[in-house]
Design a protein around this ligand. Structure first.
Ligand code: HEC
Length: 407
């Protein structure tokens, strides 16, 4: 995941959200597709069952009402009527309907391999219908069959040869296998077919519309979530980090951030603002105390010099200017050791003080030292030193009280 870590927060968020939503989207699409497939199969079965039922009812009705009319008009033979009705019913659809029998009179009604198999099943057992998706010439086809049994009226033409109407006997001679059915025996079946591509076309269209619809919803969700996260999390954090960079660059603690919420981010911003305030106050305090200190040493009767451990002067009062013969600006940065005749003694004094100074409760002993100013004048001064620590760096303050002048 080395490529992931350096990404920006918003990029990470968008990436994670997109992955999640795409997975969700694909899963949803898959289940929709599966559901639609099941549904379409159920619809196909229902349709086929209805078609078969209507055809069977039509034939039963015609068979029960005809009284020799078919002898005059062959178009009134129940089978012929049912075939015509089926044709008209399925005219504008991709459904294809036949009525078949193992012992057919019309070769057009001879069953194909699938139909033969089902008819044999129907003849033997109590099964009345069957359906299956089969492959025909490389194409998947939905097939449905429902059996027809011989009723009393059917036996008039499908029973014994001797009882059949004359026109039947003329067409189908004695011994033809379409005679001699018994009551309740399976005489044939309605066979319905519809290409699966037709059914899939419907699902496909739905699925496409569904995908576009869901896809746009997911896109809107990603956009809204992205904007929300950017506004509530990413932007405030960015603001905070820019502000911190600004502080380290300028040293100014004046910056305050606007607080827009009361959540964790809001708390973070409050904490940041409080911290800035506290730091600003501290800086102000130390500036004030430094000011006070300067004013205080200004009115002192003695010269006061504050210097670092290496002797570099950082603060000096007017008396120190007079004593050492340099202006304050010239003094700053100068080494205090340059003015003492016995530098070693002062250094020893300072380091001794630094070693134990802070624990010492009584002030250090005052020592007499000789100070030589820039013009070569030597002054004998009483030196008292004290140490303070700022930023872990000791600062030494020396009070130099003049005892006498020497030329
Ligand atoms: C009036 C006489 C008559 C009656 C009644 C009759 N049929 Fe038929 N049936 C025929 C004739 C004739 C054919 C052949 C039709 C053709 O040429 O297409 C036929 C064909 C069929 C077929 C198609 C297979 C084949 O033999 O070509 C089935 C199935 C069938 N009849 C079932 C029935 C059933 C079930 C009934 C009772 C509800 C019935 N028939 C009543 C005369 C009759």
């Amino acid at each position: 995941m080395s490529w992931f870590a350096p990404l920006k927060l918003s990029a990470k968020f968008n990436l994670i959200m997109s992955c999640l939503l795409i997975t969700l989207f694909l899963a949803a699409a898959f289940f929709t597709y599966r559901r639609e497939q099941t549904l379409i199969l159920k619809v196909a079965v229902d349709n086929a069952r209805n078609i078969a039922k209507q055809i069977i009812e039509t034939r039963d009705y015609i068979s029960s009402v005809v009284r020799g009319e078919p002898a005059e008009n062959y178009a009134l033979v129940p089978q012929v009527v049912a075939t015509q009705v089926a044709k008209r019913m399925t005219r504008d659809t991709k459904y294809y309907v036949r009525q078949v029998s193992l012992r057919y009179r019309n070769p057009a009604n001879s069953p194909d391999a699938f139909e033969t198999e089902q008819l044999k099943k129907f003849a033997g057992k109590t099964v009345k219908e069957s359906y299956k998706v089969v492959e025909v010439n490389g194409k998947r086809v939905f097939r449905y069959m429902q059996s027809m049994v011989a009723e009393k009226s059917c036996l008039e033409c499908h029973g014994a040869y001797d009882l059949a109407p004359l026109f039947i006997r003329k067409r189908f001679p004695r011994g033809h296998y379409s005679y001699n059915y018994k009551l309740g025996e399976v005489i044939g079946a309605v066979s319905v077919m519809v290409p699966m591509s037709e059914l899939y076309r419907e699902i496909g269209a739905n699925l496409k519309a569904d995908l576009i619809y869901r896809g746009s919803i997911f896109l809107v969700i990603i956009l809204i979530m992205g904007t929300l996260v950017r506004r509530t999390i990413i932007n405030p954090i960015k603001m905070l980090s820019e502000s911190i960079i600004q502080v380290t660059r300028t040293g100014s603690f004046a910056d305050r951030l606007p607080k827009r919420s009361n959540d964790e981010i809001g708390q973070l911003i409050t904490a940041f603002n409080d911290m800035m305030e506290e730091l600003e106050r501290k800086i102000e305090q130390s500036r004030e105390s430094e000011d006070r200190y300067r004013k205080f040493i200004e009115i002192a009767k003695s010269a006061v010099v504050t210097f670092m451990q290496d002797g570099k002067i950082v603060i000096a009062n007017q008396k120190a200017e007079e004593l050492l013969g340099l202006s304050r600006r010239e003094l700053l940065g100068e080494s205090v050791f340059n003015f003492f005749e016995n530098v070693e003694r002062l250094r020893d004094e300072v380091s001794a003080y630094l070693r134990i100074g802070e624990e010492r409760e009584v002030p250090p002993p005052v020592t007499l030292q000789r100070v030589r100013n820039v013009k070569g004048f030597v002054h004998v001064v009483e030196v008292a030193i004290s140490v303070t620590r700022t930023d872990h760096q000791p600062m030494i303050t020396a009070i130099l009280r003049e005892m006498s002048n020497e030329g």
